[in-house]
Ligand binder design. Sequence first.
Ligand code: FES
Length: 93
Amino acid sequence: MDENTIICRCSDVTLKQIRELIAEGYVTYDEIKRITRSGMGPCQGKTCGQMIMREIAVATGQNLKDIKFQTTRPPVVGVKLGLIAEEGRKHEE
Ligand code: FES
């Protein structure tokens, strides 16, 4: 695969960047995520996560299933004040 291939489309991270970070000693998904923001885009790593984990596995000689994926957190969703007030009224009754 060409090293200029974009691995993380959401954050515009190339294979070359991932490989350089691994060579510098960043060998966990979370470390690479924090530096490049890969996995933090709209797809939350669904597109790039497996490819980054595979690169880590290949470079470090680990089994892919032993590479820990990021902790996925759901996006924050706003709550309408009316719903909160309604719940409050239920507790007053
Ligand atoms: S492609 Fe990497 S976060 Fe979406």
